[in-house]
Design a protein around this ligand. Structure first.
Ligand SMILES: *[C@@H]1O[C@H](CO)[C@@H](O)[C@H](O)[C@H]1NC(C)=O
Length: 313
């Protein structure tokens, strides 16, 4: 009888232990999320790709939505599956190369305010065109019923996007997915300014050359640059993304609200290079580790976006 009791106890212990072991092990198996990604092209893709590799190595399944004319985003890669949307135009080398060389030419000169205004206003037509091209993907998506059904059936956990291009917020809302940003720029505006308390007299605008300690005239310049990017942003939003938004999400949709309502903001910034400023609890800093920085100068340039240089970050 004693032996029976002892055996029974041992059995129970084994059961308990196995149950515990299962509890410990199972979540690891289930932890991998299903992530839908709407990336940007060029350097925006280079740093998004690093994030995707890290997600893949932690057991998440990554699906990248690209256009059939994607320039950097390849259809086949070991760390993600791709789904391809047919579009007429895409941001390819022939569109981007002239913009980059013009911008570099300006950046090599002094950053006088008149020069800056010339660049921003002169480049504005190009930026608008770029956004029009990018908005073709979210516009084309809902018409592709097969793809829409596939995305809905895939039951993704979230949508990860680079909001320098505005389509991600619309696609996330269309599929009712939580929205995560891998972000430095929110269209033309420095993303942090969009939702964090940002007194412009103390927060230097990128490319202003200012620091967090400004004279009166520097503050005036800072404010002017801020207003210009706000105006540009609003024109792009109203002309391009608000239209797509209303077409697919109903007439009440407010694109600006949709854009800043993202759930998590992974900021591509580094405390070493930025001035201290107030932030929001859903803004997390995505600091590249040194090994990744060494990958290429291009990547480092994409991450390290000093207030004086806003080129491709
Ligand atoms: C992409 O799709 C568009 C529209 O269906 C088509 O006109 C174009 O030829 C395709 N481009 C490539 C590179 O496949």
């Amino acid at each position: 009888f004693v032996l029976g009791l002892f055996l029974c106890c041992v059995m129970r212990l084994v059961c308990c232990c196995s149950a515990l072991l299962l509890l410990v092990l199972t979540p690891r198996v289930c932890q991998g999320g299903k992530i839908l990604v709407l990336p940007g092209e060029g350097s925006h893709w280079v740093n998004m790709d690093i994030v995707l590799q890290a997600l893949h190595s932690r057991g998440h399944s990554v699906t990248v939505m690209r256009s059939n004319k994607s320039w950097y985003v390849k259809e086949k890669a070991p760390h993600y599956n791709a789904i391809t949307v047919q579009v007429e135009r895409s941001l390819d080398e022939s569109f981007v190369a002239p913009i980059v060389s013009e911008t570099i030419a300006f950046e090599r000169g002094s950053l006088a305010l008149t020069n800056y205004l010339y660049v921003t206003i002169g480049m504005f037509g190009r930026f608008r065109e770029a956004h029009e091209i990018v908005s073709e993907l979210p516009s084309a998506l809902p018409d592709n019923t097969e793809l829409v059904t596939w995305v809905k059936d895939s039951k993704f956990d979230l949508l990860l996007t680079d909001p320098c291009w505005g389509g991600g917020a619309i696609v996330a809302k269309y599929f009712n997915l939580p929205l995560v940003y891998n972000v430095r720029w929110l269209l033309i505006m420095e993303a942090h300014l969009a939702i964090a308390p940002s007194p412009i007299s103390y927060i230097p605008i990128t490319l202003s050359g200012n620091t967090d300690k400004m004279t009166y005239l520097q503050r005036v310049k800072n404010m002017m640059l801020h207003i210009i990017s706000q105006v540009q942003n609003n024109i792009i939003i109203r002309d391009i993304y608000q239209k797509v938004c209303e077409k697919y999400l109903g007439p009440d949709c407010d694109y600006y609200q949709l854009m800043i309502d993202a759930d998590i903001w992974l900021l591509r910034t580094d405390f070493v290079f930025d001035y201290p400023r107030p932030t929001m609890p859903n803004m997390l800093t995505l600091i590249p580790n040194t090994k990744e920085i060494k990958v290429s100068l291009f990547v480092m340039f994409s991450f390290v976006c000093l207030p004086r240089h806003r080129l491709w970050c």
